[in-house]
Design a protein around this ligand. Structure first.
Ligand SMILES: [Mg+2]
Length: 204
């Protein structure tokens, strides 16, 4: 076990909140050309990363896809519910005095109402609005900087492939929240209660 973690970065959608995205419906509507890229918050297995696609697409195509994404993100935000154990995890980090923050590929305009709706209290929030996003390690490195902890002393907890890719590329300890094995990571937990227990040990 790697000890000496000092700070914690948390993915948001599917980690602190329950999955609320209708991926199959959105992907059918977008009908993006398939590309052999990895999965994550905005890209299911075998599909192109939607954010990367948007950044590279010609303006009319980007506008078409962005409108579909926006509609689904607004809908998911309206349905947001805290994941079981999310409030306990945040309360634990606050009690421990461990610096922590959220690093999400979602946009601030969606995350803020979701925080309001779920009652989750997050002081540090790094979103895709900074112009980079997971799996780009610069996104999680911005999170580390925001909480004032060196990347090698950060633990990143997330449910997606892009979370694990970004954390590992940034030299962080990658903890995968998943009911079953799947992604390369340093630790896997199946619930946030397990994650809280693990963080208790890693922050020791
Ligand atoms: Mg996620």
């Amino acid at each position: 076990m790697r000890n000496g973690a000092e700070g914690v970065l948390l993915d948001f959608d599917g980690t602190l909140t329950k999955p609320a995205f209708d991926w199959p419906a959105m992907q059918r509507e977008m009908a993006l050309p398939a590309a052999p890229q990895a999965a994550g918050r905005l890209g299911a297995p075998g599909e192109v990363s939607i954010l990367d696609y948007l950044a590279a697409a010609p303006v009319p195509e980007a506008a078409r896809v962005a409108a579909i994404l926006e509609r689904h993100e607004v809908e998911a935000a309206r349905r947001a519910e805290a994941m079981e154990g999310a409030h306990d995890l945040i309360a634990f980090l606050e009690r421990r005095g461990a610096p922590f923050g959220v690093v999400t590929n979602n946009a601030r305009r969606h995350v803020l109402p979701m925080l309001e709706r779920t009652g989750l209290s997050i002081g540090t929030l790094v979103t895709r609005d900074i112009g980079v996003w997971k799996p780009d390690p610069r996104h999680v490195l911005a999170g580390a900087e925001a909480i004032g902890v060196r990347p090698g002393r950060c633990v990143l907890l997330g449910d997606g492939r892009f979370d694990m890719m970004a954390a590992r590329a940034a030299g962080m300890t990658a903890v995968h929240l998943s009911p079953g094995p799947g992604l390369p990571c340093d630790y896997r937990v199946s619930t946030l209660a397990e994650a809280t227990e693990l963080l208790g040990r890693l922050l020791g």
